[in-house]
Design a protein around this ligand. Sequence first.
Ligand code: MIG
Length: 733
Amino acid sequence: MVEQTAEDLVWTEARNKELLKRQRRVAGENIFAGRAIYDQRAIADLPVVRLSVAPEGEVVPQSFAVLEECQWNALPSKKLPMNITWQQSLPGTWDFSFPLSADARCMALGERFSGLDVRGAVHTLCTTDETKHTEFADSLYKAIPFLIVTEGSESYGIFLDSAAVQRWDLDAELDGTARIELFSRRGWQLYVIGPGKLSDVVNAYTQLTGRHSMPPMWSLGHQQCRWSYPDQKTVMDIAGEFRKRKIPCDTIVLDIDYMDEYRVFTASKERFPEFDTLAQKLDAQDFKIVTIVDPGVKRDPKYPLYKEAVAENLACKTPDGEDFTEEVWPGVCVFPDFEKSATRSWWGRWHEFYVKRGIAGIWNDMNEPAFFGLKRVLPEVLTEMPAYEDQPFTQETPEGTVGHLEVRNHYGMLMCRATHEGLNQLRPNTRAFVLTRSGYAGTQKYAAVWLGDNNSWWSHLRMSIPMIMNMGLSGIPFAGVDVGGFTGDCSAELLVRWYETGIFYPFFRNHCRMGDRPQEPWAYGEKVEKLIKRLIETRYRLLPYIYTLFWEHGQTGAPLMRPLSWHYPEDELAWECDDQFLMGRDILVAPIVEREKTRRTAYFPKGRWYPLEGGEPLEGGRVHLIKVPLGTVAAYVREGAILPLADVMQSTRNYATAPVTLTVYGAEARGTLIEDDGRSLEYGQGTYNELMFEYKNGALTSRYLHEGFAAPPRQFFLMAGSRRTPFLLRNSS
Ligand code: MIG
């Protein structure tokens, strides 16, 4: 026998891998023998086709993504749009395919480490705690089986509603074909939306799966986090620093070390002896607290949460019917089975612990779910949904027991749904703030998201732009990444540049990892602090505009951070830009995302664009070389817009009375502003104002499109050119 050297082994491994790849499963015969129902209806004026499929002996599972059952009509033919074909190839495998023409672009598909166009790659959809967001990264924390395919200015949306593991090959072999493999033994529903405009497709998709409701105003301010602020003294000090240095901030976020042995719904007596009154103390300084809550429940017969989980049968089970255990922060844990409504309401009720202590919001982490021991939940070679008894654990769906991989992609969303519903019950008529790492289609109904453990790398600042845009196109508008990056030491220059982009993230939080260089705005000395302070102030000045964009999202599903093509679909160059974005319709942002750069090229669609920081407008329809000195904002306002800009405040506690300057760009302009109490649900009953402003012939007029909220008195100003003058709101009626 010839002995193999280490080098031989490396080559053998590489060859085997290549062989495996080449043996990619080819869809054989169609073995389907169940029920397939073809329906259609219009949503947001677009045609939508729905295909509901259940294999023999099964029913179509309840969707946790799609909102309400409405009227569908039978589709006369069994032909799907886009020439989509489908078949069941194995008892646990479904194959779909459709052609992709050379010019077609693919967008959305949830959280991918990718530019805006996700074509040309194979994307596995299986929620994963992936700490290395390199070009090799495949599955990340969220799995959202919704793809937008655009050709010219026409788009289609494809939504494959199944929480089972999926693999989307978007022409990775350059043969002009997209292939979806769905690994499931259960039924599913496929929706095809369109053709229509990109914005109409997202409108219809979010009508189907829900939209984000108005967030509490405080959650739009600056949030400061760290893994971890170790004790209550540090937390109070951090809050004090913000106020002393007059750097606006609304929220301090507590990571896992506030807990007693990482037991959720507890606080450490040693490190947080006054946890019961901490929120109240911080409230006196206009700060809110958000606390982390992980799904793992420590296995300890004396821990009430664990006792209840066991007694009431609420945890995920091994195929033998035992409680499934794995290790996470608290040590050995059991994991709530959020597929069960009993589990969700039990989990929701436990939030009384936080609500009673005045904790304002909840941060759900590790909810893919992530384990310390079991790192790979998928088999090495995935060709079929494994038998349920071969899976790490099972879950109890409304249709019965299934293997975890059938519903894994639901786990994070159903956890934050439980949290959201619990908070709503415990604090009625108060907007809940929930932040989640994992999610599925429809997560926007329950939570904001951040994109997990990025690095303090320039490339991750760059990637945050298309990634957040793709989250928005996937229906989730309230998104952000850790400003400054989570892993690694952030440099001073990178932190400033990150804030220049980060002030536009709908979810705006500075967070970094244990053991890395502190990243608070003042951690790099006076010069850097001054630059960052000014940037955060700009965020607060933009709040009336940002808040109004959330309203727009509620009406049309439009994300806040959107690609240029959203508004300029006829403009071919607009489709090419993914290191630039539009914040709403009126602000174009083209930030610096490279080291030691102070200039960049940026594309401006037709029209004229005014630098937000002042100066001469640029003529659109072409590329400009723009100068962006460190600490300045590369944002440009569309000619014809009126931006409502607030005076700087230290926290949104003072939002309602902060003077607002209606800033006019161009000789004729329009703008809107939404006013409500910023915290209750009463806007749903009409307790809000929608104000329309129009500037013409040198004069500004205002009109209530809706008047239902008795706003506290605040000053308005008109800013046209360089003159700022007081402006009295006039009622139309
Ligand atoms: O195993 O709670 O993505 O934001 O600081 C790591 C500690 C668990 C991962 C999250 C990160 C958080 C960290 N968590």
